[in-house]
Ligand binder design. Structure first.
Ligand code: PGA
Length: 249
C-alpha cells in the first residue's frame, strides 16, 4: 500500500511565535486523526529547529534547500543544516521557486540528488501553467519536469521520493483542478514512472495533489485512485482546516 500524506506548505507566513503556536495546534489535532495519512508541515527555515521540538506525530519539512553541500553560498541553507534542525522532508521545485527564483529542472535535479544522498526525502513538485494546459502541452511539460528533475535517481532512491502535482493555475487562486483533471494527470505521472522505472516503483510512489485544496473539496480529490494525498498551502495555516483535510480520507 502506498503511504498517504497530507503536507502543509506554510510558504512565507507566520512569525516565529505564530509558527510555534500553529505547529503546537497542528500537533494537538493529530490526536483526532481518523485517517492513516502522515501529516507533514513545512514552516519557514527560521522556525524549523524550534518547531521540531513541539511536534512528534507531525513530521517536519523545509520549503527548499541549497543545491550545494556547503561553502560560500550566501543565504543558502544546506541539507546537513536541515537535518541538524530535525527536518525529514524537503519540498523541491515548487512553482513559486521555479517562476520567481528561476529554478530550472537541472538545478532541481541537483537538489533532489543532494537531498537523497543525505537521507532527506524530496517532495518533488511539478505542474503546468494555464497557458500550457490551454495549448494542450500539459503532459509534455510535466513529462520534462519529471524526467529531467528526477534524472539519475535510482529506483531504490525513488522509495524516498514523493511527487506533488500542482497545476500552477490552481495554486492560491481558489480554482481547484476537478477530480477528473487531477486523476488524469496523476495516472499520467504514475504511468511515466512505470516507464522510467518499473511497475512496482510507480505503484509505490506517493503522488500528492496541490492547488486550492481545502476541507470542502479534499474528499472528492482524495477519492481518486491515483491521488495519495495533498500539498496544502493556504488551508494549512489553520490547524482545524488542515486536520479536516487530513480526515477527508
Ligand atoms: P494553495 O497552495 O493550497 O494555497 O493553493 C498549494 C501550494 O502551493 O502548495
Amino acid at each position: 500500500m502506498r503511504q498517504k500524506i497530507v503536507a502543509g506548505n506554510w510558504k512565507m507566513n507566520t512569525t516565529l511565535h505564530e509558527g510555534l503556536e500553529l505547529a503546537k495546534a497542528v500537533e494537538a489535532t493529530s490526536g483526532s486523526k481518523t485517517s492513516d495519512a502522515i501529516m507533514i508541515i513545512a514552516p519557514p527555515f527560521t522556525h524549523l529547529s524550534k518547531v521540531s521540538e513541539v511536534i512528534s506525530d507531525v513530521k517536519l519539512a523545509s520549503q527548499n534547500c541549497a543545491s550545494e553541500e556547503k561553502g560560500a553560498y550566501t543565504g543558502e541553507v544546506s541539507p546537513d543544516m536541515l537535518l541538524s534542525a530535525g527536518v525529514e522532508y524537503v519540498i523541491i521545485g515548487h512553482s513559486e521557486r521555479r517562476s520567481y527564483y528561476n529554478e530550472d529542472n537541472q538545478i532541481l535535479n541537483q537538489k533532489v540528488k543532494l537531498c537523497l544522498s543525505k537521507g532527506l526525502k524530496p517532495i518533488f513538485c511539478c505542474g503546468e501553467l494555464l497557458e500550457e494546459r490551454e495549448a494542450g502541452k500539459l503532459f509534455d511539460v510535466v513529462r520534462s519536469q519529471i524526467t529531467e528533475g528526477l534524472a539519475g535517481v535510482s529506483a531504490e532512491d525513488m522509495k524516498q521520493v514523493v511527487v506533488a502535482y500542482e497545476p500552477v493555475w490552481a495554486i492560491g487562486t481558489g480554482v481547484t483542478a476537478s477530480p477528473d483533471q487531477a486523476q488524469e494527470m496523476h495516472k499520467f505521472i504514475r504511468d511515466l514512472l512505470a516507464e522510467m522505472y518499473d511497475g512496482e516503483t510507480a505503484d509505490s510512489t506517493t503522488l500528492l495533489y496541490g492547488g486550492s485544496c481545502k476541507p470542502s473539496n479534499a474528499n472528492e480529490l482524495f477519492a481518486n485512485p491515483d491521488v495519495d494525498g495533498g500539498l496544502i498551502g493556504g488551508a494549512s495555516l489553520k490547524a482545524e482546516d488542515f486536520i479536516a483535510i487530513v480526515n477527508a480520507y
